[in-house]
Write a protein that binds this ligand. Structure first.
Ligand code: NDP
Length: 245
């Protein structure tokens, strides 16, 4: 799937919600989904960044996106309910959900972790994604083929010293994906994970500030996998954790 060549109409008429759409991998995924025909719903924390992505998509001739400013740290059940009913009223259904937004927190030995940072990481990386997915489920059921993608990490598959709450949150994401996937088996919804691998973004820079950036994959280079997993070409995939590199 890393070599997948998407047709320009691969995502035509699909309505796709991307979290963390203002920056990094989410930004590039949202633009690529729009380039391939989707109407994208851009959810993120910083409105200015979402507006830049909106302008970029419109300038490329993509379908007019929707912007949802929402801080997943403080979002309430009512925020998610309102979002689901707005999407239902506007589009009638949801065909794709990319749970991409995430935070790294601070790295260091578990023995000394900061409890409030731990809770923040779990809220954004795990709880918010579970709750968002739960409230999107009724409108995902209205799609012919809906794809839900969670964002994993290598440190969510094998524990690594000093990756603390971030690593624990990504293990939880893998488990959440498998649990959803088992429940939706043989329905119109499929649920999978993508592990982007080391990618040149602000998050990577904060984890490894001194590294040689030229060795890193760009968000753009991951897009064949993101397009494949969001397209109907992956309808038979469910419960898998795939690598984008
Ligand atoms: P970035 O830090 O570049 O982007 C993260 C995005 O998430 C931003 O758009 C940010 O919005 C948004 N976000 C963060 N907190 C919140 C919040 N509370 N509410 C709403 N949106 C929020 O990260 P990446 O693009 O690198 O990471 C994307 C995903 O890929 C993450 O889940 C990460 O864990 C995962 N990943 C990344 C790897 C890498 O090497 N880059 C490797 C493995 C996994 P804003 O800019 O407004 O703060």
């Amino acid at each position: 799937m890393q070599n997948y060549q998407a047709n320009i109409h691969t995502l035509k008429e699909k309505v796709i919600l991307v979290t963390g759409a203002g920056d990094g991998i989410g930004r590039v995924a949202a633009i690529n989904f729009a380039k391939h025909g989707a109407t994208v719903i851009l959810l993120g924390k910083t409105v200015d960044k979402l507006e830049c992505v909106y302008d970029e998509i419109v300038a490329l001739g993509g379908a007019k996106p929707a912007i949802v400013p929402l801080d997943l740290q403080g979002a309430s059940k009512q925020n998610y309910r309102d979002l689901a009913s707005t999407i239902e009223n506007e589009f009638g259904r949801l065909d794709g959900l990319l749970n991409n937004a995430g935070i790294l927190g601070s790295l260091g030995p578990l023995e000394f972790f900061c409890v409030s940072t731990f809770e923040k990481i779990m809220k954004v990386n795990v709880t918010a994604q579970a709750v968002l997915t739960k409230y999107m489920f009724p409108i995902l059921r209205k799609s012919d083929n809906a794809s839900v993608i969670f964002t994993s990490s290598s440190v969510g598959r094998k524990g690594r010293a000093h990756w603390g709450a971030y690593a624990i949150s990504k293990f939880a994401v893998e488990g959440m994906m498998q649990t959803w996937a088992d429940e939706v088996e043989k329905t119109n919804i499929r649920v999978n994970c993508i592990n982007p691998g080391a990618t040149l973004t602000k998050m990577r820079d904060s984890a490894y500030p001194g590294e040689d950036k030229t060795t890193l994959a760009t968000p753009e280079s991951l897009m064949p996998t993101y397009l494949y997993m969001m397209s109907d070409d992956s309808v038979d995939k469910n419960g898998q954790s795939v690598d984008a590199q």
